[in-house]
Design a protein around this ligand. Structure first.
Ligand code: WT7
Length: 669
């Protein structure tokens, strides 16, 4: 547990009050909200969330706990997510922009897609999926799409049919995508021929071909690869189109132009999507989200924590390939009838003014990003925001802890002192926010996520399961006392892993049907101050948070072990000025092999190929041996201290204490 960490980094207890101009227009300013969402009113309080949606059939049971801890929300209800994000807005907003698409090349025009246009495109895409491909409710489809409008269009087309989408972040390798195709048993992969990244048009279809090959080896056949085209007729991927398997989506949709596909009325407890995320084992978890609970949760959060009004221009600069983008670029904002911005590029390309030029041009007034992007922008152009004429009323930070000084730059320079900030703490598994201030109601505290959002009741437990009281100043495992509608249903095809990962430590009676017996363990260390504000310190498990993205150490280590010469591999989280933490890889070699620069490069490349570029280690240290306990366990903690130039502590009880000093000299020289 990170008590030491706490003492070193987090002493901030300053309150900053939301600007009156923000409070005056905010959606939520009624202080009785916390009382209404107290545990005494649980679970019926969540009716307010579900009532933000249009239901084909109203539900009869708010929360069914009979299969605890697989909670069922709004049971008996029927609805369609695509209808709620598109069709229901047509009466009032059909000519309003649903999506502003900002391509990476700055000379390429911005696309402003109205709700009517989005409706047409979702329908014709759904027609292809239903009538040409033959997909039906409950089928799984893997998407490996980058940040273009085709991604939300495809997601919403799936949702229209009750088809479960599993979008894999486009930056993940073909191999990583293939493993997810296999796990989800998808017979269809939807990809794109290419997309822009930092000035380069990347060939992406090649990754799709590799993914399908990997899936096949694992035992999952893919019948069809559907390929959107970034520049139809002007660009083509090096990967050939295989007849009878590969089809261009732009050709197919033409055949269904104008076709209307009735949204399939789905049970609230139907599955909307899977989102794979890293955990403590080498195998990623397919986090499974519901239709009714999830959609009502993200809609409420978009309206009340993001403060989205239909007339706002909202820009979340995350990637839709992660949960942030699913919940807060696509489902929440569109359900709340927002104009949502999709940006293909990266924050500081071609220069540190790009983001602010976009904000000015589109008149963005709600801005959402990660501490890593904020640190990058601050480093590359601390004075840039002042040069541009935009006005944010609201800003979000998400994904990793933010240092108070970085928070202040965000508030004073990016927000020009006029925007409310929310620091939202949550996870892939939680669907939407868990801790955050309510922007029109509560003061901000730099570096602290805030109290539980309405309806969420956080608690900190020590390792023995005793509650650490607010204000005690001690770190512990942050848990949530109650279930909530946005919570994952289970891990796809692995209920046991779901139960043991999130409840194994603190549930005392596995047969209990009472939700009070099942506090949800998030896997983060945190401290709660006496006002109930929660400071997140970081993961307690084998997960590294790189720039707000979760990577499993086991996944990286297994990738390193695919290299013939490697005998053992250990990954640790090294502190990084911009990205928070980055992976640092230690390996030892099999007998008969010599360390060399070429070998280090080869190992690093293996990690890129197997997992993806974002997992590439900062450095590969080829060491004579790993520091080990007498029972043979690799001491990652010692390696982490060496990488981070900390104190390695007492190593005399190790099986090979001498190697520690050797490694230290090698790494720190
Ligand atoms: C992990 C979840 C939440 C969507 C993006 C990441 C860390 C998330 C914060 C925050 C400090 C944060 C936690 C969490 N995290 N938000 N505001 N302050 N840490 O989703 O990939 O599922 O990762 O990100 O460690 O457990 P994810």
């Amino acid at each position: 547990m990170s008590e030491k960490h706490y003492a070193v980094h987090w002493q901030e207890e300053e309150y900053i009050y939301p600007p009156p101009s923000f409070v005056g227009q905010a959606n939520l300013t009624d202080p009785s909200i916390f009382e209404r969402f107290s545990l005494d009113n649980f679970p019926e309080c969540f009716k307010e969330f579900a009532d933000l949606l249009d239901w084909d059939q109203y539900w009869h049971t708010t929360l069914d706990t009979s299969d605890a801890p697989c909670w069922k929300w709004f049971v008996g209800g029927k609805l369609n997510a695509s209808y709620n994000c598109v069709d229901r807005h047509l009466d009032k907003y059909k000519n309003k922009t649903a999506i502003h698409f900002v391509p990476e090349p700055e000379d390429e025009p911005i696309v402003h897609m109205t709700y009517q246009e989005l409706y047409r495109r979702v329908n014709e895409t759904a027609a292809v999926l239903r009538d040409f491909v033959g997909l039906k409710a409950g089928d799984r489809v893997t998407l490996h799409l980058p940040m273009t409008p085709e991604l939300p269009i495809t997601m919403l087309a799936c949702a229209r049919l009750g088809v479960i989408h599993s979008q894999v972040f486009a930056g993940f390798s073909g191999q990583a995508c293939g493993e997810r195709i296999w796990d989800s048993e998808s017979r269809v992969l939807i990809t794109i021929d290419g997309y822009y990244r930092s000035g380069k048009l990347l060939d992406h279809k090649v990754n799709g071909d590799q993914a399908v090959e990997v899936a096949k080896k694992l035992g999952q056949d893919v019948d069809k690869i559907l390929v959107w085209r970034r520049y139809p007729g002007k660009y083509s991927s090096a990967a050939p189109m295989v007849e009878g398997r590969d089809y261009f989506m732009d050709d197919l949709v033409k055949q269904y132009r104008g076709k209307i596909v009735q949204p399939v009325s789905m049970p609230a407890e139907g599955i909307l999507f899977l989102m794979y995320t890293s955990g403590s084992t080498g195998r990623p978890k397919g986090v499974q989200h519901s239709i009714g609970g999830y959609l009502s949760y993200v809609t409420w959060m978009s309206k009340n924590i993001q403060d989205i009004h239909p007339e706002d221009v909202y820009w979340c600069m995350a990637d839709i390939g992660w949960i942030t983008g699913h919940s807060f670029i696509v489902y929440g904002p569109l359900s709340a009838a927002a104009s949502t911005v999709i940006f293909e590029g990266v924050p500081t390309y071609p220069d540190a003014g790009r983001v602010w030029r976009i904000a000015e041009e589109l008149d963005v007034n709600i801005f959402h990003t990660s501490p890593t992007a904020i640190r990058q922008l601050r480093k590359a152009g601390p004075d840039e925001p002042a040069k541009y004429n935009y006005d944010f009323k609201h800003m979000t930070t998400v994904g990793e802890p933010i240092e108070p000084e970085v928070w202040r730059w965000y508030y004073n320079v990016v927000g020009k002192g006029r925007a409310a900030i929310v620091d939202t703490w949550w996870q892939t598994e939680t669907g939407g926010f868990l801790c955050s201030t309510v922007p029109g109601l509560s003061p901000m505290k730099p570096g602290s996520a805030g109290p539980g959002v309405p309806g969420i009741h956080p608690v900190i437990f020590d390792d023995e399961g005793n509650e650490i009281k607010p204000g005690e100043g001690k770190a512990g495992n942050v848990c949530i006392r109650n279930p909530w509608p946005g919570q994952m249903q289970t891990i796809w095809k692995d209920r046991d892993r779901y139960v043991s990962t999130y409840y194994g430590k603190y549930n005392k009676d596995p047969n209990s049907k009472d939700w009070r017996d099942w506090p949800y363990m998030a896997g983060d260390a945190a401290v709660m101050s006496s006002d109930g504000y929660v400071r997140i310190l970081g993961r307690v498990d084998d997960v590294i948070n790189v720039a707000g993205h979760r990577l499993g150490t086991k996944e990286i280590e297994s990738a390193a072990l695919t290299v013939e010469e490697v005998a053992e591999a250990a990954v640790i989280a090294a502190k990084d000025e911009i990205k928070g933490t980055v992976p640092d890889l230690y390996v030892s070699l099999k007998p008969g092999y010599e360390a060399s620069q070429e070998l280090a490069v080869k190992i690093s490349q293996a990690v890129s190929t197997v997992v993806g570029k974002i997992a590439r280690p900062r450095s590969v240290h080829i060491v004579p041996d790993m520091p080990k306990t007498r029972s043979g366990k690799i001491m990652r903690r010692i390696l982490a201290s060496i990488s981070n130039r900390g104190d390695v502590g007492d190593v005399t009880s190790l099986a090979n204490p001498d190697v520690v000093e050797q490694i230290r000299r090698q790494v720190q020289s």
